[in-house]
Design a binder for this molecule. Structure first.
Ligand code: NOJ
Length: 454
């Protein structure tokens, strides 16, 4: 009786999540080549970083985390975290530094990396393009170039056979809309166009590139009697009007959400692309090669924004953070319920499509929020799985602090902090907490709770 009472008191004090994650739920960590490898000198980003004012404190990616020089250490750290998936990217600018010229040494290096991961019991999930383009592609016009889909296909036709049956999960393009928002709707990413009406062509080219890649990867691997899983990592942002009574804000929010969140995923099912915003953009295209080209839905989820409309101000539309909301080091709202809302929407639009959380993470240098952030997101995911949403795995961004694009090395998303001089990796407390989580789930136990979670 006493022990039952004690258990009840414990439950009241430390309520467990509504649902447990299934035992076969997969955990991983995510990275991207340019952010971790270093020396990506034939890429558009390398050149971009040289423009004064583009990267915080004038920093450059440089040697980044020197991941190639620290492979064994990083893999052994992944093992301590208890992950069974490593999502990372290979670098087009290194594989094909000049048009039509492939670097066999680089391909051999990537091939060796796959072997090392597999030997450690970690499954590679590989992204083919994560923000960076080779300089020669950029010189042709980058995502505006009508030859880019063909060039991308040539690159992956060289790459896929190198990996063959060893790699099942392929992500063609990472976060098309971050490249569009950063590079075309503003000027924080290359090519720095900063004009909403310019986004149609690059979005269409991304869809064409993905569509052709999807069919080609399947064709190459199916000849070897191997069925790959090919998808794309979407950055979805929860968008809500700032004022619930403001009908104009509701309208603008819906339009932005259609453009930012759904235009690309919808086109990957229907083969029809359309975006519309009054007086600014109205673009349409039939892209039959993109129709039904997702074997799984890759979701990168971080935050929510509120949409504020003031037709009398210079910037008529603004994205703002919910007043008073908890935020990470970059000022992004922490909003775990958002992942559940998006999972519901994905399930409604694309019923029964398997979903992978290909990224979720927090800039939190002193590590006081990370564990709670992860648990709260996992609670939401567990609850959605119980409701029938097919979420297969969760990759945390990221293993080590790395080069965070325009923020340089100032944003700290890693389980391991990185000393920029020595490149030493030092585990944060959340690394140990995460390994406790992954091990508990594997044993069929609830996500562990601690007093600080409450
Ligand atoms: C999304 C991107 O894929 C990744 O490159 C970036 O570092 C993280 N989010 C954090 O901003």
């Amino acid at each position: 009786m006493r022990s039952i009472l004690a258990a009840l008191i414990l439950l009241v004090q430390f309520p467990v999540s509504a649902a447990n994650l299934p035992r076969d739920f997969r955990f991983g960590v995510s990275t991207a080549a340019h952010q971790v490898e270093g020396n990506n000198s034939n890429s558009d980003w390398w050149q971009w970083e040289e423009i004064p004012g583009k990267i915080k404190n004038g920093q450059r990616s440089g040697i980044a985390t020197d991941s190639w020089g620290h492979q064994d250490e990083d893999i052994s750290n992944m093992k301590s975290l208890g992950v069974s998936v490593y999502r990372y990217s290979i670098e087009w600018a290194k594989v094909e530094p000049k048009e039509g010229v492939f670097d066999e040494k680089v391909l051999a290096q990537y091939s060796d990396q796959v072997d090392r991961l597999l030997r450690a019991g970690i499954e590679p999930m590989i992204t083919l393009q994560h923000f960076t383009l080779p300089l020669w592609v950029k010189d042709h016009g980058g995502w505006d170039w009508d030859g880019i889909a063909g060039a991308f296909e040539t690159y992956l036709t060289k790459v896929i056979p190198v990996f063959g049956k060893r790699v099942k999960y392929w992500i063609t393009i990472n976060e098309p809309m971050s490249m569009i928002a950063g590079g075309y709707m503003s000027d924080v990413f290359p090519p720095g166009v900063n004009n909403l009406s310019s986004i149609g062509t690059p979005m269409i080219n991304m869809l064409r590139a993905h569509g052709r890649a999807y069919h080609r990867i399947h064709e190459i691997l199916e000849k070897q009697n191997f069925t790959p899983m090919v998808g794309l990592a979407h950055n979805l942002i929860v968008l809500d009007p700032l004022h619930s009574y403001n009908l104009l804000e509701h309208y603008v929010t819906r339009r932005f959400s259609q453009i930012y969140n759904w235009a690309i995923p919808d086109a990957l099912t229907t083969g029809e692309f359309k975006i519309f915003f009054p007086f600014m953009i109205n673009a349409k295209a039939d892209i039959p090669e993109a129709k039904n080209t997702q074997d799984f839905f890759g979701l990168n989820y971080y935050t929510r924004y509120r949409v504020k409309v003031n037709l009398f101000s210079k910037d008529k539309f603004e994205k703002v953070v919910t007043p008073g909301a908890p935020v990470n080091d970059l000022g992004w709202e922490i909003y775990p319920e958002g992942i559940a809302r998006l999972l519901n929407q994905i399930q409604e639009r694309f019923p029964q499509m398997p979903i992978w959380i290909t990224e979720n993470g927090i800039a939190d240098a002193d590590d006081h929020l990370r564990t709670k952030y992860i648990k709260e997101h996992l609670d939401q995911i567990a609850d959605r799985i119980e409701a029938g949403v097919p979420v297969k795995g969760y990759c945390q961004w990221t293993l080590n602090d790395n080069f965070e694009w325009a923020e340089g090395f100032t944003a700290h998303f890693g389980f391991y902090s990185l000393d920029p001089k020595t490149l030493n990796r030092v585990p944060r407390q959340s690394a140990a907490d995460f390994s406790e989580i992954t091990r508990s789930v594997k044993m069929g136990l609830p996500i562990p709770r601690s007093r600080e979670d409450q």
